[in-house]
Ligand binder design. Structure first.
Ligand code: GTP
Length: 379
């Protein structure tokens, strides 16, 4: 038998501490087992100019080497390339979808550069919403293509953000978690990099652009997350090259004056980014996507479709009432249209009748004429 010790917590809820082994300590294990069976999926969007190092960084992050042809600078509009990979890490399957911009930043018209990205994000939300609204929905095995994180690649100018960067981020920040990255950070000196980082952050703030913030109210990780937020935007360097440092082979870039080690935290923030994306914050990013960005899309779409939570008197509207009101509105509209149709039909009939009458008269006259013709001229 199990013993409970009861602690009065507040008036409504009693807080009980188990004295013996009870069993629900295994609940987390159930979750783990189910997640392993189902596998994980993660969708990343990479936005950045042609040749800024998007593919190299993804390859370095996941240690995959996928040869890709280089994109041209001469596309007339921005496109998106979607690729899905099945990865395994110690038997844990991960379905990774990488969406990359093609031709971004090569157009003169800036709106044309970010609109395809906005449209893509919305299209994935819409697909999910349509599945949700189905009567027979299958959200469990639904292939969720909503983007969980957008890695925004900033060119290492050491100066400030470009107007295209600001416009794009402004238009997508309510739709996706943005993690800004300074690409090819090996192009900047240490002091330039610090200055560049703080310039970027103050520009983002003054333009009201929201980027993903690592939660600082989380008790366990508050300290780590605060220091991580202080590192944003992450300075990253990508490379698939193996370079010899001492006796070890490491991933890095070899320069005439030395070696930059990608995985060395003194050289760049690559490891921080990888840990956050893959080890510590993947669930956070997915959670935010669903509870914040998708929710925002969903509520504005449902309002567009005519749904409301409260009526004009701020009283909650029941679904039944809303349905009745919609049905009656629809019924009235049908009746109006039917009436109009009837009227037009009657009008047409009248017109036809008149023309028939005319035709009949004419026919009679012709008939009479032919009889008279026969009578007078004998056929
Ligand atoms: P597209 O898909 O063609 O738009 O290019 P991309 O943005 O995927 O760039 P990609 O990864 O193909 O890299 C373009 C060039 O930049 C390659 O020659 C890379 O070796 C180089 N490169 C990539 N990452 C870095 C980096 O961190 N630092 C430096 N210095 N060069 C890099």
């Amino acid at each position: 038998a199990h013993h409970w010790s009861a602690v009065e917590h507040n008036e409504n809820i009693r807080c009980l501490t188990t004295l013996g082994h009870f069993g629900f300590e295994c609940l987390p294990t159930q979750l783990v087992n189910r997640s392993i069976q189902k596998g994980f999926s993660f969708n990343i969007l990479c936005v950045g100019e042609t040749g800024i190092g998007k593919s190299t960084l993804i390859n370095t992050l996941f240690n995959i080497n996928l040869k890709e042809s280089k994109a041209s600078h001469f596309y007339s509009k921005v496109g998106l390339k979607v690729k899905t990979y099945e990865l395994q890490d110690r038997n844990i399957p991960l379905k990774l979808t990488v969406v990359k911009t093609v031709g971004y930043g090569d157009q003169i018209n800036k709106e044309a550069s970010y609109q395809p990205v906005v449209d893509y994000l919305d299209a994935q939300f819409e697909a999910y919403l349509q599945e949700e609204l189905k009567i027979k929905r299958s959200l469990v095995d639904y292939n969720d293509s909503r983007i969980h994180v957008c890695l925004y690649f900033i060119a290492p100018t050491g100066h400030s953000l470009k107007s295209l960067d600001l416009m794009t981020m402004k238009n997508i920040d309510r739709r996706v978690n943005i993690i800004p990255l300074i690409a090819k950070a090996d192009a900047l000196s240490k002091s330039d990099l610090q200055r560049f980082k703080s310039n970027i952050m103050s520009e983002l703030v003054s333009n009201g652009i929201r980027i993903f913030q690592f939660p600082e109210d989380d008790e366990d990780a508050a300290q780590v997350n605060t220091s991580v937020n202080g590192l944003l935007p992450f300075a990253v360097v990508g490379s698939m090259e193996e370079v010899k440092v001492g006796k070890r082979m490491v991933r890095g870039r070899h320069y005439p004056w030395g070696v930059l080690q990608v995985e060395n935290e003194n050289h760049c923030d690559f490891v921080k980014l990888r840990d956050l994306l893959l080890c510590t914050h993947m669930e956070d990013l997915k959670d935010q996507t669903h509870t914040q960005h998708y929710e925002c899309y969903r509520s504005s779409r449902l309002q567009q479709l005519g749904f409301h939570d409260t009526g004009p008197d701020s009283q909650p509207v029941s679904f039944q009432e809303m349905y009745e009101a919609k049905r009656q509105e629809f019924h009235a509209q049908c009746q109006r249209e039917e009436e109009e149709l009837k009227q037009t039909f009657m009008q047409r009939v009248k017109e036809k009748e008149l023309t028939f009458k005319d035709a009949e008269k004419e026919a009679r006259i012709t008939h009479l004429t032919s009889i008279l013709w026969v009578l007078f001229f004998g056929g």
